[in-house]
Design a binder for this molecule. Structure first.
Ligand code: SF4
Length: 464
């Protein structure tokens, strides 16, 4: 079962201190895709960073109706923001909010029309926000022929009549935690009849936490409660709701379905078997090929979403033809940071050992303790035989320039990780790349010597 959160705001400051844990919980809750929505154009650069760092996260950008009076924008501004934000999947959220009226009504209307026209020009679907503005929303979408680009009415709480209007025009309706509220009987009646191929689910986090989390900060993992209520009122099981809402998500946002057979989860180089467990990491290394061509040898290591333990074990079984002991080592590698999926890594490592794997190694950025806010290295004991940690530079300034960490204090945290992991993993190696401007290989080697671990120099653009 894979769930999707079609509307989240993970660029908001609410997640500044614990985004990695939020995403870890999302993964444990079987959330395969999240669409994170930037509500101001100034967030474009950060949106690009977010979606590049986490497998399964896609992004959308637009000017929220609340902010349309801040500064007038043009079609060129919207188009430029879309480019800056990277590959985005939709324009918005846009629309009308006559409940709060934080922005002038005419500004909202002008902005809504502009977003629809720009979406049509760019070939992107729209994410529409409508609150206490049903008639005006429908009129503008009719006049601007919004059906030409497609749209979702997000956080749908409007009337049954508007739902019927939307379905007749091929728009999607996305239900949030509001549908779980005790007072939402009418909305649940609407949710009960929406055709399966028009249905989406979302959190709209950090707002609108579903019951039983109402009153707390919302997060993608909680979308399961909304899905469960939809399953109940529609007399379907949870898996059916997950399947149709994920399929609709992929259809609307034009995301090709991921399948383990089309993605490289296990691959061999020499006498090693390598595992590709995620595309995400909290660094944005300038020298990393994943931003342009994530290829190692002839393997395309791009991943659209994170594989499960079972998918990884199946891939190992297929590649090794049932005999994992034939490999010198099994390496968690790929173009992503495998410790971001710590539980999956540990489970797969344990099973690899049980099946006769000779040696298990992790290639890592050494930021697991920084990400989780605790010392995770004791969990490696007995499972991980060797660990290669990317030192990358002899000082923090050079490291930050080349690696662009998302988390403050990453360099110091990585060095502290080396000291911690030495207590639990027999073989620890620091690596640095010759050829990066400003990187002093001898100084890096001395750091490894001081820490009492091995050192390996790598050559820029030599992979595998
Ligand atoms: S080199 Fe590794 S840590 Fe750096 S961006 Fe690429 S995958 Fe992430």
């Amino acid at each position: 079962m894979i769930l999707t959160d079609s509307h989240a705001h993970l660029d908001f400051p609410d997640y500044d201190h614990d985004l990695p844990e939020v995403l870890e919980r999302a993964e444990q809750a079987q959330i395969g895709f999240i669409n994170t929505i930037a509500t101001r154009l100034g967030q474009a650069a950060y949106l690009r960073q977010l979606t590049a760092r986490w497998s399964g996260m896609v992004g959308s950008i637009g000017v929220h109706p609340h902010y349309t009076s801040e500064a007038p924008v043009t079609e060129a501004d919207l188009t430029a923001a879309c480019r800056q934000a990277g590959p985005i999947v939709a324009l918005g959220e846009t629309g009308l909010d006559f409940h709060y009226q934080f922005s002038d009504r005419q500004h909202q209307i002008d902005s809504f029309r502009l977003h629809i026209r720009t979406a049509q020009a760019l070939g992107l679907p729209l994410i529409v926000h409508s609150r206490e503005a049903e008639a005006e929303t429908m009129a503008i979408m009719e006049q601007e022929q919004a059906w030409r680009c497609g749209a979702v009415l997000h956080c749908f709480t409007a009337s049954d009549a508007m739902a019927r209007w939307a379905v007749e025009r091929g728009f999607y309706l996305s239900f949030s935690g509001v549908v779980t509220f005790k007072t939402a009987d009418t909305l649940r009646q609407t949710a009960a009849w929406i055709p399966s191929d028009r249905l989406l689910i979302e959190t709209d986090c950090p707002y609108l936490s579903p019951i039983p989390h109402r009153g707390k900060r919302n997060e993608p993992a909680y979308v399961v409660h909304t899905a469960a209520v939809l399953a109940e009122v529609r007399h379907q099981d949870l898996t059916t709701i997950a399947d149709c809402t994920t399929s609709n998500f992929q259809q609307l946002f034009r995301i090709a379905p991921a399948s383990s057979s089309s993605e490289t989860l296990a691959y061999t180089i020499g006498d090693g078997l390598y595992l590709n467990v995620t595309h995400g990491c909290t660094l944005h290394c300038q020298f990393c090929p994943k931003w342009t061509a994530p290829i190692v040898h002839h393997y395309d290591l791009s991943l659209r979403r994170n594989p499960s333990v079972q998918q990884l074990l199946t891939a190992i079984e297929q590649v090794s033809e049932g005999d994992i002991s034939r490999y010198h080592e099994i390496v968690f590698c790929g173009y992503g940071e495998s410790t971001l999926r710590l539980n999956v890594l540990l489970e797969v490592a344990a099973e690899v050992k049980r099946r006769g794997g000779r040696r298990v190694r992790i290639n890592t950025d050494g930021l697991a303790n920084r990400v989780y806010g605790r010392d995770v290295t004791p969990q490696f004991r007995g499972l991980i035989d060797a660990i290669s940690i990317s030192l990358n530079a002899q000082d923090e300034e050079t490291y930050n320039r080349h690696c662009q960490p998302a988390l403050s204090g990453s360099y110091a945290a990585m060095l502290a990780f080396v000291e911690a992991v030495r207590q639990h993993v027999p073989e620890v190696t620091l690596t640095a790349i010759r050829g990066l401007p400003g990187v002093d290989i001898d100084a890096c080697r001395r750091i490894a010597d001081t820490l009492g671990v091995h050192f390996r120099m790598r050559i820029l653009h030599q992979l595998g």
